[in-house]
Design a protein around this ligand. Structure first.
Ligand SMILES: [Zn+2]
Length: 272
């Protein structure tokens, strides 16, 4: 699932392609908003909040999209074959001159009044990548982290109501960077402030210089995510992966059992 860094980069690309431009064609291929017409209006801009994308229109409406698992936005030249957006999974086509934005496999499409954005985002914690996160969001995120002291810290980080924008990749990478057992109780994290700031630092790093999961770059990132059965670069121990979260919403968390051994061993993984 794309995380805050990818979503923010996507917002920037949408912004560059459409901000200040009039939509000559707009198709919302999503049942609940299929009849809504945006063509003829101009796009003010697109911002990211956590994993949500908000494309603001000049008539007081906002197009809200979410990439969920496999969604993406691509920018193509208006008038080309690609700009028709004929793919079976295309959910949104926003055409202006000279660019058309194609939203493929989006997990959510909605239109709301721009003034209602705060209500839409009310369930989310502070955006880890927001400019004012350190001054404004950090304290709130720390309080949320402590709200459920017995919860595993990896599950708390993945909870968008604690902090918005982080997913399995940066949860695993931040916990590894802080040498924390992913299933330590939230209340037992020695320095939760450092953990959140590390997550933010790693995500800003990826935002500025993207890396691809599974392909380690010169910074050694990712250190653990997607590296099961490969050696830890610090200690050589084989990287493990374990599912975390409630049954229907389990997600893989990668970790080094030696560098992050701060709790009981992951018994479920040990072969009989
Ligand atoms: Zn290690």
């Amino acid at each position: 699932m794309p995380e805050g860094d990818v979503v923010r980069r996507t917002a920037h690309r949408l912004d560059q392609a459409l901000a200040g431009r009039r939509l000559v064609r707009a198709e919302l291929r999503w049942p609940s908003v299929a009849g809504i017409e945006l063509a003829g209006r101009s796009v003010l801009g697109t911002i990211a909040y956590g994993k949500h994308l908000l494309t603001r229109i000049d008539d007081g409406r906002t197009l809200h999209t979410h990439l969920r698992m496999e969604g993406s936005w691509s920018i193509v030249r208006t008038g080309t074959r690609e700009a028709a957006g004929r793919g079976p999974f295309v959910r949104v086509v926003l055409a202006a001159e000279p660019w058309t934005a194609i939203g493929d496999r989006l997990g959510m499409v909605d239109v709301l009044a721009t003034r209602d954005e705060p209500r839409l985002l009310a369930h989310l914690g502070p955006d880890l990548l927001a400019d004012d996160f350190v001054d404004d969001g950090l304290g709130r995120a720390l309080r949320s982290l402590h709200r459920d002291p017995d919860r595993a810290v990896c599950d708390a980080l993945l909870d968008q109501s604690v902090v918005a924008g982080i997913g399995t990749i940066f949860t695993a990478e931040s916990l590894y960077a802080e040498r924390l057992w992913p299933w330590v109780r939230s209340a037992d994290v020695p320095d939760p402030r450092a953990l959140l700031l590390t997550a933010r630092r790693l995500m800003i790093g990826a935002l500025e210089k993207p890396w691809r999961p599974g392909l380690s770059d010169q910074r050694g990132l990712p250190a653990v995510h997607g590296r099961a059965r490969q050696p830890c670069r610090h200690c050589g121990t084989t990287i493990s992966v374990r599912q975390s979260g409630p049954p229907a919403r389990q997600r893989p968390i990668f970790y080094c059992p030696a560098c992050q051994a701060q709790g009981p061993p992951a018994r479920a993984e040990t072969p009989p």
